[in-house]
Design a protein around this ligand. Structure first.
Ligand SMILES: [Zn+2]
Length: 148
């Protein structure tokens, strides 16, 4: 595997708003998507379809959409920086299912929770059974702020 685990994840404010919009639109189901990066910088967000048969509590990126996105990333010299998904009714922490299904050890998992009055957004790396929180830095027009 190439690459070390990121300790922080920088996300443009526009990408965060896109993820939050997607999460709200998808309620009560979980939504999911991918973020491509170049040199650790987020460059493109892909909204993907959650085709899990039990979408209220699980997600699975639709395989053809995943393949298409990964192919484009390879063509452009990008990497799979992040996989995001929502938890409509539970906290923004990887579920046992998320940990069990994780196949991209170098990607940062961004989870949006809509369970509380204000959305929670947190980021993690998942390595086997080991879940590590990553600092999520929101970059607004070049001005980074730490996600709440
Ligand atoms: Zn989850």
């Amino acid at each position: 595997m190439l690459g070390r685990k990121p300790k922080e994840m920088r996300l443009p404010g526009g990408f965060l708003r896109e993820i939050l919009d997607h999460a709200h639109e998808g309620r009560p189901n979980e939504i999911c998507g991918l973020i491509a990066g170049q040199g650790g910088q987020a460059v493109k967000l892909y909204r993907t379809t959650n085709d899990d048969p039990n979408p209220r509590v699980r997600f699975n990126v639709e395989p053809m959409e995943l393949l298409d996105a990964l192919r484009e990333m390879e063509e452009k010299g990008w990497e799979l920086l992040s996989i995001y998904h929502s938890h409509p009714a539970s906290e923004a922490y990887p579920s046992a299912t998320d940990v069990g299904l994780c196949h991209y050890d170098n990607a940062v998992y961004i989870i949006v929770s809509l369970a509380y009055r204000a959305p929670q957004v947190r980021a993690f790396t998942i390595d086997g059974d080991l879940v590590t929180e990553v600092d999520l830095i929101i970059d607004e027009d070049g001005v980074p702020t730490r996600a709440a």
